[in-house]
Design a protein around this ligand. Sequence first.
Ligand SMILES: O=C(O)CCC(=O)C(=O)O
Ligand SMILES: [Fe+2]
Length: 788
Amino acid sequence: MMDSKIRETLEEMAAECSDGGDGRPGACPLGQTVDDRSEKDGAGTEAIVAGQACGSLMAVTATEKSSTVFVYDISHIDSPSLLFVKHLSPASETKNPGVAYADRSLGEIDPEAMIFLDDAHSPSGKAGVMFGGAWSGTMSFWEFECPSTSESSGASGASLVAFLALVISDGTLWFFTSSKSAKIPFPFPYQNFVEVMLWLFTLMTPMVINGIVFEQFSRSFGTFCVVMVYHAVKNTGDVLEDPYLPYDPNDLPLVSLQVSLNTRLLAFGVIPTEEPEEEGEHPQKVAEKADVIQALPADDLAVTAVQFEVLVTEISSSAAFVVSDALHGWLAESRLRALPKRSIAGLCSSCRKPLPQEAFTRGARRRLRSGAAAACEACNKEARRQGAFGLDSLGSSWLPAICTLVGGSLVSVYLRPSMPLSLAIGSMLAAFCLKSWLFGWLGLGREPSLETKALRLVGEGSTAWSRCVDDVGGPKAWVRSFAHLRRGAFTTEQLQRWWDAALNETHWRQPMLPNGRLLPRSAAWFVQPGCSCSYEYNGTAWPAVEVPKWLQEVEDAVWHLLSDEGLVRPNSCVANLYADGSQSVDWHADNEPLFQGLLEDCRIVSLSLGETRRFDLRRRRGRGNPYQHVDRLSIDLHNGDLITMEGCFQKHWYHRVPKAAGVTRPRINLTWRSITRHEATCPYSTAHLLQKMAHFACCRPGRNIPTDWRDFQEHSFEKFLRTMQGLSSGPNRRGCGRRLDFFESTPPLASLVAYETLAVTIPTSRAQSVPQRCAPPSAAGIPPFRMA
Ligand SMILES: O=C(O)CCC(=O)C(=O)O
Ligand SMILES: [Fe+2]
């Protein structure tokens, strides 16, 4: 029979729980319920029992409300001690009582009755207490587990001490294991070996990071963090290895070295002894110096030791820069001597006037050969006036060398405990320097001058085009970025026809970007027949679609204009549709790997149709751009306008079409580009091309293959194949008896070198060209635009 209180309790607890303890909803586990009467009734200790257990006299009591049992040692009745507290129904914390009861883990709830059973009367032979749970309707026997004799004999703290001793002895064991490795004699004592490896790491890391990360700030920060973290870890390890001793037998005795150095310095080379010499030139003076040294506090000596070490580092790394600079100069000079004379006779990098041979000083010749600009006297003066030349003349590695020395020393003085900091900064500068030296020496990352490698420009020799960007040469190195604009080249009727076709016959796609937003314009991608390269932009891809007929017509008309310039036709086209002024393309460079715009000359020709939109251009900093200032220009592109981006434009400039408030009508833009690196799976990829070439070449002796590498580079595949086919069926045919090793007969590298050398002799008409800015758009030249 349940009394009304228990019924009330049960009803309280029957509130639905999402999980009764068995994964199903049901009454809550007791751990999630509150008995409202506890505050009034208290814990409710109902009974107490006592008896002998584990050699002590124990008293046990339990609380009715919380089913908690308290066990006391009352052997000394005037000072009883609480041994432990235990819950008699731990399962009810997490399972509702019904569930716990069913799996026999409920224990006692509301322990109203209990009996102490000593060893003699216990059913298990060990003393214990039998509890009866009024609420749970259960009865259990809980026996005492006595501690072993040794544990029970001591005070309760003894086991903790034993445990601590165990932990410490384990630690000592590992300490001795590691100190054993500290004594390894080969190839250095372990500590020194680690030190050397750390140094190698410090020097290598910046080079590796600089090879991967291009953004100036990121590479500096990355290098700094990585080097710093490793030094910090190593230093922490050093301290942890032996935290108590202020010395390590494997360390260099830096402090005593420093004391000795100071002693020598202060004594001007005379080593003072404890006892000043009885006889000598200046015994009095020596004694005074020795006093000064002894007066220096030990801490100061330690500080000077650190500074000394840093200073030695800085001086040696600076010396390395200087040596490398000298070596660089010497190599550049010897390369200069080895080259034919014509390659050093050139034009002023600034005003482009031809310079007589004598105008080149030795330094100017060196700069010219190392890719830097050589300027005529007037331009030099002007540059000096503007302050650009002064810095340049410091050379590529002097400046970082001086910075390292000064910066490192300052850091070592002001942040003396942070030696790794100065190392990191020093190594960063060293890496910049080394990189510029290596790149300079290998000729990497530098763009050839127009004399060294000719570049056919769209607007060359034509007044119809205006040059908007004319970055050639520069205060420090060559660049070759150009942009040209031509307005009003097509008739209104032509433009309308192209607009209609482009708008209606194109499968425009406006894909979702990885950030979940829609591309703020629609686009399409067209390639030459047979090409399977897809166009990837901002994490989205457009599959290859063969150039449709209408686009072929537009392309024919555009290239009819350009063919006068003898320019190779592009093999792909990106089309953009901007529905209105809210659609745009943000700052970017067309630097997709397909077009290789960061590595070689890349010509992009773009035609605007429809509404007028602004086209912004911005020169980038970094990436070897010798122009330290950022130039910006904006051009309104009208219906029918053609704009080009040429040379290494994509490397040095960004472009965009910004949003335009108030523009409600659409614009289409067609940009033709040349894919020079087809995707590996594309039939035009180099792998496929070489396979086919090998096939045709199998019948030909290598020397007869007229490999036009320029065509090869531009992938005029069909022309090339036709040549090959012509050869294999022409008078030179000798039969197909022998398979020719293509690479053996015409090594690609050799051919490329030949091409480069050939390019030196190509005369360019750029010599007299005068840089121009775009003419402001004149309304007169713009054909009227009509929306379809
Ligand atoms: O719409 C334009 O004029 C520029 C388009 C563009 O920059 C691009 O497609 O990469
Ligand atoms: Fe672009």
